[in-house]
Design a protein around this ligand. Structure first.
Ligand code: AMP
Length: 547
């Protein structure tokens, strides 16, 4: 006779998170700076109820289990309502990153087969520009009321408030297995088209429990949390679920993420914890310093997406008394992979050693396993020195991409279920991980990817260009900005402007390289591919004109 546990089968579906919040933290606030302007307050009870109305509106539109529902939106309460409303009925909430080129947005929406697209006022013009390219979207819902509905060339448009008005609060949620798909987020790698990471209800709930642990995001009902990190970038690091799960109040920044606007929200609502990429913190710190401001309520900031610069870490800790949690993760890891909460042994070390530890990306919470390997797949020692390919596996880590690996089928895991992150790292004997390099060559600007390959491909389209390579060069504000290195055909001459003109309209404006450098020969590696390591070395002392 087999013996199985005699405990309840309580499917891990994310609707339970907001149901728990409604019953137990009904009056905990969710504050939003709206795209229309005013700052408005709601609470978990109202978010739950309006999410039910979203569910019924979607059902009236024919949305069923596993259908994809997209959002192109900032962090706002309406966006949260849409998440829970879509996920509750088992449709898949697909967050689209508005910073992508409009052509890519249309490509992604078609690949996902999105049926309804919720969009902030900010992004309506962006959709209008490619409206004829959408093949599957049947309905555009604009986040506003009837009075703010803009003139638009989009068809089948409705104001969000009209869309949900009059819908019943009665709707069954979570009546499906916990392995049902829940969220979809595309990540743009180095090659090929963007790849969709398809989260399940189960993985999202487990990720919520993981991030809620004290040594992870460590937030509680006593916190007021400002997620600057967008819901369209790796699920706002899980905060859209973790905050309602623990009852923390949420302060949502909407479209404004400059230093002054973030300061206003932090100060007015006495925010205790916040999460963002280094670029955002740099802007905030500059604003604080220029205006001699303080943030006495702020206890802790989580910084990730790219490595934390030492200056940011020290300024937060030493000048403002704010603890920094340095986090690493990926869209593929839901995203939390590690966070730098110090261990008892590290706490006994002197301050300078602690700073050195905090500059590392940190240790995995329960639920994430990590290891490093050499090029042949052999495990490397956990000595804090040896670098290798960083591999992960765990309860909220990608198994295979939506529609297969890169859309082409096949698995992305090795035979022991390890996922290769594409990062290069070392790990010490307490699990502390440090990223030492990026196997990928994407350029990280303000926490967002710029694909070097895309830029190169368009640049070599210029008739005078023999070869092109884009590399990230340090930039004090954006962390990295692209430098385009060009090898011209023999005997040709060209200017920076000639080359940049070639890219116009083909890539998103903010992807445009900050400078163009001409070289006699672009170094190639053994297999004929551009040797980026050699290029980075050649340009290691290069200063961008925009820096
Ligand atoms: P994304 O999926 O867009 O969030 O990008 C994930 C990638 O960002 C990782 O594979 C790393 O290369 C990089 N990354 C994220 N967090 C950090 C960090 N704290 N330090 C260095 N690189 C990071």
């Amino acid at each position: 006779m087999s013996i199985i546990g005699k405990m309840q089968d309580w499917p891990l579906t994310v609707n339970k998170v907001i149901e728990h919040a409604k019953i137990n933290y009904p009056r905990q606030r969710v504050v939003t700076r709206t795209v229309e302007g005013p700052i408005v307050e709601t609470n978990y009870s109202e978010i739950h109820d309006r999410a039910k109305q979203v569910s019924n509106a979607l059902k009236a539109d024919g949305i069923q289990l596993e259908d994809r529902v997209a959002t192109l939106a900032w962090n706002t309460a309406r966006h949260m309502e849409t998440w829970f409303g879509a996920m509750g009925i088992g449709s898949v909430l697909h967050t689209i990153n508005p910073r992508l080129h409009p052509d890519q947005i249309a490509w992604i929406a078609n690949d996902a087969e999105d049926k309804v697209l919720f969009v902030d006022l900010t992004f309506v013009p962006l959709l209008e520009a490619v409206k004829d390219k959408f093949e599957t979207v049947k309905r555009f819902v604009i986040y506003c009321d009837a009075a703010h509905l803009p003139e638009t060339t989009l068809e089948n448009v409705v104001a969000y408030e009209d869309y949900i008005a009059g819908q019943s609060l009665d709707c069954t949620w979570g009546d499906f297995p916990e392995t049902t798909a829940c969220g979809l987020c595309y990540t743009s790698g180095t090659t090929g088209n963007p790849k969709g990471v398809l989260y399940s209800h189960r993985s999202n709930v487990l990720h919520t429990l993981m991030t809620g642990m004290t040594d992870a995001l460590g937030i509680s009902i006593h916190d007021r949390v400002l997620p600057v990190v967008p819901m369209f970038h790796a699920n706002a690091w899980g905060l859209t679920f973790t905050c309602p799960a623990v009852g923390a109040e949420m302060i949502l920044p909407g479209a404004k993420m400059d230093g002054e606007s973030i300061y206003e929200m932090l100060d007015t609502y006495q925010v205790t914890t916040s999460a963002a990429v280094p670029t955002v913190w740099l802007m905030l710190l500059q604003h604080l310093e220029a205006n001699d401001l303080k943030l006495p309520a702020l206890d802790r900031v989580v910084i990730g997406g790219s490595a934390v610069p030492e200056r940011i870490l020290r300024t937060f800790q030493e000048k403002y008394g704010v603890e920094v949690g340095h986090a690493w993760g990926m869209t593929e890891t839901s995203p939390l992979g590690t966070i730098g909460s110090l261990t008892p042994e590290q706490m006994k070390q002197d301050y300078e050693h602690q700073i050195a530890s905090k500059l590392k990306q940190g240790r995995p919470p329960f639920g994430v396993e990590m290891k490093i390997t050499d090029d042949d797949g052999n495990d490397l020692p956990r000595d804090g020195k040896t670098s290798g390919h960083l591999l992960v596996r765990g309860m909220a880590i990608v198994d295979t991409y939506y529609k297969g690996a890169g859309g082409d089928g096949g698995t992305v895991l090795d035979e022991d279920d390890w996922f290769d992150t594409g990062d290069v790292a070392n790990i010490d004997d307490q699990g502390f991980m440090q990223i030492t390099d990026r196997a990928k060559d994407v350029i990280k600007s303000g926490g967002e990817w710029i694909s070097s390959i895309d830029i190169e491909n368009f640049a070599v389209g210029h008739p005078k260009v023999a070869n092109a390579a884009a590399i990230g060069i340090y930039h004090p504000k954006w962390d990295e900005r692209p430098l385009l290195i060009i090898q011209l055909n023999e005997g040709e001459t060209a200017t920076k402007e000639d080359i940049l003109k070639q890219l116009e309209g083909k890539i998103a404006k903010w992807w445009t390289p900050d400078d163009v450098a001409f070289v006699d020969a672009i170094p190639l590696g053994a297999t004929g591919k551009i040797n980026k390591l050699a290029l980075r070395d050649m340009f290691k002392d290069y200063t961008l004109p925009t820096a």
